[in-house]
Write a protein of this length. Structure first.
Length: 267
């Protein structure tokens, strides 16, 4: 059992310290815990433009230093992997890559939360948008994801169909692009997480949906697991159900990353 996708108080919308997550993971018996708080907005002129969304730019060093310290302090009891959940912005790919290479990071989860670095918090409302606007938005979503997959600094695609959280029809909008995305991931060795946080939201599904997981396995994409916990209680939530689902689909192993290199874990 492991969990590569967890947050903590630095991002401004999660509860608990890093150490709280480490201790809860030990209590739940996880041999491996990955921490992956939200990346700062490295391109911003302000140090902390959105305190409720992500840590300050100047806080990133302290985040990594604390993680390194905890990794050593707890190494007898749990293997702590140091990650980050990074936004993918089409116009900021190189900047983010130059940042991450400077740190002792085990993996980067590349996620799309907003379609543009210039319009954080101003995402299209799919529920009221015209079909043309929806199509345009989904194309931008796919373009950003492909840039992330090709970037060389993304090891894992986060919540691949995450926009279904606010609009369940997003699944269908994304569907024509899925095979193309998954083929690129397989070619590049970029993994897909099964993110169980969707169960907390109106869509009541994991990210991505089961049909996408089946297509990913068909294309040979490596799979990993993340609860996307914003509270220590959610660490590894639905792990057993995900494991059983994958085994039923014929998948026998998942991937984790250490110093950006894949390591396989039998299910
Ligand atoms: Zn978050
Ligand atoms: Zn996310």
């Amino acid at each position: 059992m492991f969990d590569l996708h967890t947050h903590h108080a630095r991002c401004g919308h999660a509860a608990g310290t890093l150490e709280d997550y480490v201790q809860e993971a030990i209590r739940k018996g996880l041999p491996v815990l990955g921490i992956s708080d939200h990346s700062p907005y490295f391109f911003s002129r302000e140090d902390h433009p959105y305190p409720q969304l992500a840590m300050a730019i100047t806080e990133f060093d302290a985040y990594i230093e604390e993680a390194v310290r905890l990794k050593r302090a707890y190494e007898e009891r749990i293997e702590l992997l140091i990650g980050v959940e990074s936004d993918i912005f089409s116009d900021q790919i190189d900047l983010y890559g130059r940042k991450y290479v400077q740190y002792p990071i085990d993996y980067v989860i590349g996620s799309i939360h907003f379609l543009s670095s210039a319009a954080i918090m101003e995402s299209l409302d799919f529920n009221t948008a015209a079909e043309e606007q929806q199509q345009f938005a989904v194309q931008r979503y796919v373009e950003a994801m492909v840039l992330g997959i090709e970037s060389q600094w993304v090891q894992i695609v986060g919540h691949l169909d995450g926009f279904k959280r606010g609009y369940s029809g997003f699944r269908n909008l994304l569907s024509p692009y899925i095979d193309g995305i998954l083929k690129r991931m397989a070619d590049r060795g970029v993994a897909m997480e099964i993110n169980t946080n969707g169960m907390q939201h109106a869509c009541r599904e994991w990210y991505p949906s089961n049909d996408v997981i089946e297509r990913a396995l068909f294309h040979g994409v490596q799979i990993t697991f993340g609860s996307d916990a914003h509270h220590p209680d959610r660490i590894a939530s639905d792990w057993e159900q995900v494991r059983e689902t994958l085994l039923a689909m014929g998948c026998k192993r998942m991937v984790i990353y250490k110093q950006r290199k894949p390591h396989f874990v039998d299910l």
